[in-house]
Design a protein around this ligand. Sequence first.
Ligand code: ZN
Length: 361
Amino acid sequence: MDALNYGAYVAAQYNSTERTSDIGSPTYNSPPPLELDDEKDKKGKRPGKLVVRFGSPGQASLNNNNTGPMSSPSPTSLGVPDSLAMSLCRPSPEITDIAPAKRRPGRPRKLNPDGSYATNHVPLSNNLRTQQYNRRFFTEHARNLVPELCRHMYKLGWMSGTGGSFTIRQNKQIYITPSGVSKERILPQDLFVLDDHGNLLDCPIQEKRLKMSDNAVVFLAIYSMRNAGSIIHSHSQNAVLVTLIYKEQEFRISNQEMIKGLQKGNSGEHYSNDDTLVIPIIENLPAERDLTQRVTIAMQQYPMSNAVLIRRHGIYVWGDSWQTAKSQAESLDYLFELALKMNKYGIDPAAMPSGELGITD
Ligand code: ZN
C-alpha cells in the first residue's frame, strides 16, 4: 500500500466511527503500524516509492507489484460510502508526487538548512567518507569551502594541471590543499590542517599518499605577516603574462573602476578608482617553498599590496576572509587581462587620463 492509499485507509477508519468520537476515544480504531518495505525497495522495482505493509499477521501484505491505488484494500469493505470510496480510489495524477524525483547521476543532493546534510554548493562524491564529511561539516566550513572554491578556480584556469593551491584559516586552524593533485577533484578529507605555528593537526589517510602543498611555508609567512584569513596561489595566464610585459619589479595600473575591488593592505580601506594600483613582482625559483623569503621581502616593501606576482609563474593573493581573497583575486585577474589588452592597443595602463574626455593620448 502506498502512502496515499494508507491515508485513505486511515480516513475511512476515522469516518466509519462516530463523529463525536476523537482519536483518544476507545471507539476510534487506530491504524496498524506502518512498516517500510526496505528490502523490496532496495530491489529497485520502483525506486523512491514509499512502500508500506501492515505489521499485524493475517492482513494483506503489499509489495511493489501491487502498490497501485486500485490494488489496495477496498475502502468500501471498510465501511466507507460508495461516493467517498470512488473519490478515494480514483487514480490521481498526484500519486506520482509521492515518489521523489529520480536524482540525476552526479547532481548535488539537497541540503537541510542547518547544513546537517550535504551542501548545495559542494557536489557530493559517491564516496562514503566524503558524504560523512559533508554531513559533519556545515556549508561554510573550510573542509567544504576549499574543495568548492578549488573547482571554481580550476574553471577560471587558475589551477590547471596540478598547479596552484589554496588555503583558508578558520577558527585558528589552517586548511591547505595537497600537492601534485588535480585541484578540481579534491575532497574535504584530502586537506592538511595546521595550527598557526605550523604544527600538523590533521592530514589525509596514508593510503592516499598525499603530500601537503609546497606553498605551505609561504602561506604561513603571509598568515603571520598580514593576519590573513585565506590565500590563493594561482597560475593564471593573465598573471604570468603581465610579469613578462612588465619587465620591472612592479605591475601598475591607474584609473580603472575595478581597482576599487582591491583593499589597501590591512587597513580595511578600498582603493579609489582614480588611484594607481601597484603589485610587486618577484623572480621565480625552482622550488615554491624557496619563494618564502622573496615574498616576505616584497610584503615588507609594499605594505599596501595584498598580492605578490611571481614572474613566469603566477601570483599569491590574500584577504582577511576567503570572500575577500576571492574577490580581490578576481578583480586583479580582470585588471591583468585589461592591462594586456591595453598594451596590445598601445595604451599604457598606468598612464593618467588626459584630454577632454579623459582618454590617454
Ligand atoms: Zn605555483
